[in-house]
Design a protein. Structure first.
Length: 126
């Protein structure tokens, strides 16, 4: 367990170094925001489902979010913020790079992430 935590910490530090080196800041939701899965569901449907699927099971355009790869210890909530704001290079799947998603605030992404996390917990991803 200690090794896993050290690996996660090293990975997060590496992402932080890359982010700093690239001049990208991690978007942060409003102070005191209580992310709502129910608030995130319609935002997800509008902005994410076209690639990640209505049921978060993926499509021919994007990977499933109901997958162990996206568990919180591997892809933090901040990684969702970064992917939406700056896009993401393909590194686990063969769908190509994810472009930035326009029209979503950090608060919106926090609600979407809460929705994704709720759905993940329902299928045993924690």
């Amino acid at each position: 367990m200690k090794i896993a935590r050290l690996l996660v910490a090293a990975y997060l530090a590496l992402i932080g170094i890359q982010t700093f080196a690239q001049g990208m800041q991690v978007p942060t939701p409003s102070p005191g925001l209580m992310p709502s899965p129910m608030g995130g569901q319609p935002l997800y449907a509008r902005a994410c489902a076209v690639c990640h699927g209505d049921e978060l099971t993926g499509t021919d355009k994007g990977p499933p979010l109901l997958h162990k790869i996206y568990e919180p210890s591997h892809h933090s909530d901040a990684s969702f913020q970064m992917a939406v704001k700056h896009g993401s290079r393909a590194h686990h799947w063969q769908f190509g790079n994810m472009p930035p998603v326009d029209g979503l605030s950090p608060d919106d992404v926090a609600h979407i992430t809460a929705y994704v996390r709720m759905r993940q917990r329902r299928v045993g991803i924690q």
